[in-house]
Design a protein around this ligand. Structure first.
Ligand code: KE4
Length: 429
C-alpha cells in the first residue's frame, strides 16, 4: 500500500497539532507507522488520501454503529443544516431524542445533552457530589471516562496504551478524592466504603469495560456495586458512553437488570456528531441549573445537527432484528478468529461482548487491568500493521475494542478472518 500523501499530511499536521492529531490514540504511537489520513467513509469502508480502502473496525471509536454515511442519517442532516446549524436556544429535536432515550432506558427519567462523553461524566460526578454532599469518588483501574482532571487517575484507553498511570497537570488534591479499585473486585470497593464511611459520593463504572480492551463484568460484580452504593448512600453511575445503545437498545443496564442512579451516554446517541449526555432519577437531575444549584452549560449542547443524527440513528436501531444482526456478525468474526488461533495453536485470548471485540496477545483471562496489562503490545503492533497492509483498519491499540457495525457484511467478516490468518501466520509467535 502507498501512504505517500498521508505521510506528507502527517508531517504537516505535526507542525500545528500535538502529534499531528486531535486525540492521542490516532497518532499510532502504540502500533508505529504513519496513520492514514482518511478522506471518506461509506458503509463498513473508509478510504484514505492515497486511495487505499479499509474495512473499518474503529467506526470513529463506536458512534458509527450503522456504518459510515448511512443514507437516512446523511439525508436528515442535509435537511437540518439547511434549517440552521445551531441556535443556542431550545428546539423540539432535544425533546424528541430525550423521549427516545428515556423510553429505551427507564432509569433515565431526565437527561441533559452535552458535547462529549467527558462532559457527561465530569458533570455526573459533580452532580453526585452535590446530591450526596460528599467529595470522594470510586473508579476502576483501567476505567476510562474521558479526560476530566479527577478521572485521570490510573486511566485506561489512551493512558493505558501510553502507560501514563496518572496525567501531569492533575493537582494532587484532585487525585486524592479519586479512589481506585480493580475491575471485577467488589470486595475492594467494600473495603473503600469501610475505609471512607460517609465520604464516597459515587462509584463510576463501565458496566462492560472497553478501555482496557473488552473485559466483561464477572457474575455478581455489578449487583454488588448496586447494593454497596445503595447501602452507603453513594450513587451508582454507569458510564455507558460505549455500551449505551450498542450492547442492547437499553444498554448494559437492560442486559443486567440493574438500575443505576445516573447514566452517562455518548458516541452512538450522536450518530457520528459530537454528543454526550447524563441522565437519571428526576430528584437528582433537577438539582441541575436552572432548576437547581449545580452548574453546567454548553454553547452547542443539544444542537440540531447532533440531535438529528442521534434521532435517525436510534430510529434505525429501534427496528426489530438489529441487535440480532449485530450479534450474528460479531459472533461470526469471533468464531472465525478462534478457528485461526486454534489451528495455529497460539496463546491469544479473544474477548467479546455483543459487537465489541478484542484480541488480547496474552493467554491471561480478560479479568481486570492487571490481567490484560500482561499482553504483548509489541506483537499486537506488528499484528496491527499486517492487518493494515491487508486492508483492515483495526483499532490501533491493544487496549481498545474493535467495533462491529450494521454495515459489516458476512463477506467483510470472512475477508477479515482471512487477513487475520495471514497476519498471525506471519508473526513468529
Ligand atoms: P469523549 O469525551 O471522548 O466523547 O468520551 C469519553 C469517554 C467516556 N466514557 C467512556 C467509556 C469512553 O470510552 C470514552 C471515550 N472513548 C475513547 C475510546 N476508548 C475515545 C477515543 C479517543 O479517546 O480518541
Amino acid at each position: 500500500m502507498n501512504f505517500a500523501r498521508s505521510q506528507k499530511l502527517f508531517q504537516e499536521a505535526q507542525n500545528y497539532l500535538p502529534g499531528g492529531v486531535d486525540s492521542p490514540v490516532r497518532a499510532f504511537k502504540a502500533v508505529g507507522g504513519t496513520p492514514p489520513f482518511i478522506a471518506r467513509g461509506k458503509g463498513s469502508r473508509i478510504y484514505d488520501e492515497d486511495g487505499n480502502e479499509f474495512i473499518d473496525y474503529v467506526c470513529s471509536w463506536g458512534p458509527l454503529i450503522l456504518g459510515h454515511s448511512h443514507p437516512q442519517v446523511v439525508d436528515a442532516l442535509k435537511r437540518a443544516a439547511e434549517r440552521g446549524t445551531s441556535f443556542g436556544a431550545p428546539t423540539e429535536l432535544e425533546i424528541t431524542l430525550a423521549k427516545m432515550i428515556a423510553s429505551a432506558v427507564p432509569s433515565i427519567e431526565m437527561i441533559r445533552f452535552v458535547n462529549s462523553g467527558t462532559e457527561a461524566t465530569m458533570t455526573a460526578l459533580r452532580l453526585a457530589r452535590a446530591f450526596t454532599g460528599r467529595d470522594k469518588i470510586v473508579k476502576f483501574a483501567g476505567g476510562y471516562h474521558g479526560h476530566a482532571d479527577g478521572l485521570l487517575v490510573k486511566g485506561g484507553s489512551g493512558l493505558a496504551t501510553l502507560s501514563l498511570p496518572d496525567s501531569p497537570g492533575v493537582p494532587t488534591s484532585y487525585a486524592q478524592n479519586t479512589l481506585v479499585a480493580p475491575y471485577n473486585n467488589a470486595e475492594a470497593v467494600a473495603g473503600l466504603f469501610q475505609q471512607y464511611p460517609e465520604e464516597i459520593a459515587a462509584v463510576i463504572v463501565e458496566p462492560v469495560a472497553a478501555n482496557i480492551g473488552v473485559v466483561p463484568p464477572q457474575p455478581g460484580f455489578l449487583d454488588n456495586l448496586r447494593s454497596l452504593t445503595s447501602r452507603s448512600g453513594a450513587l451508582l453511575i454507569f458510564d455507558e458512553v460505549i455500551s449505551g445503545f450498542r450492547v442492547a437498545y437499553g444498554g448494559a443496564q437492560a442486559i443486567y437488570g440493574i438500575t443505576p442512579d445516573l447514566t452517562c451516554l455518548g458516541k452512538v446517541i450522536g450518530g457520528g456528531l459530537p454528543v454526550g449526555a447524563y441522565g437519571g432519577k428526576r430528584e437528582i437531575m433537577k438539582m441541575m441549573a436552572p432548576t437547581g444549584p449545580v452548574y453546567q452549560a454548553g454553547t452547542l449542547s443539544g444542537n440540531p445537527l447532533a440531535m438529528t443524527a442521534g434521532i435517525e440513528t436510534l430510529k434505525v436501531l429501534s427496528q426489530p432484528g438489529v441487535y440480532e444482526q449485530l450479534e450474528s456478525t460479531a459472533s461470526r468474526l469471533e468464531k472465525g478468529i478462534a478457528r485461526v488461533v486454534g489451528s495455529l495453536n497460539l496463546k491469544l485470548n479473544i474477548s467479546r461482548f455483543a459487537s465489541l471485540l478484542t484480541v488480547f496477545f496474552t493467554d491471561n483471562a480478560a479479568f481486570d487491568y492487571e490481567s490484560v496489562s500482561k499482553a504483548d503490545t509489541k506483537l499486537f503492533g506488528r499484528f496491527f500493521q499486517q492487518l493494515l497492509a491487508e486492508g483492515i483498519y483495526w483499532p490501533p491499540s491493544q487496549f481498545e475494542a474493535a467495533f462491529i457495525s450494521m454495515a459489516h457484511s458476512d463477506e467483510d467478516i470472512d475477508f477479515t478472518i482471512g487477513a487475520i490468518e495471514k497476519a498471525l501466520n506471519r508473526l513468529e509467535v
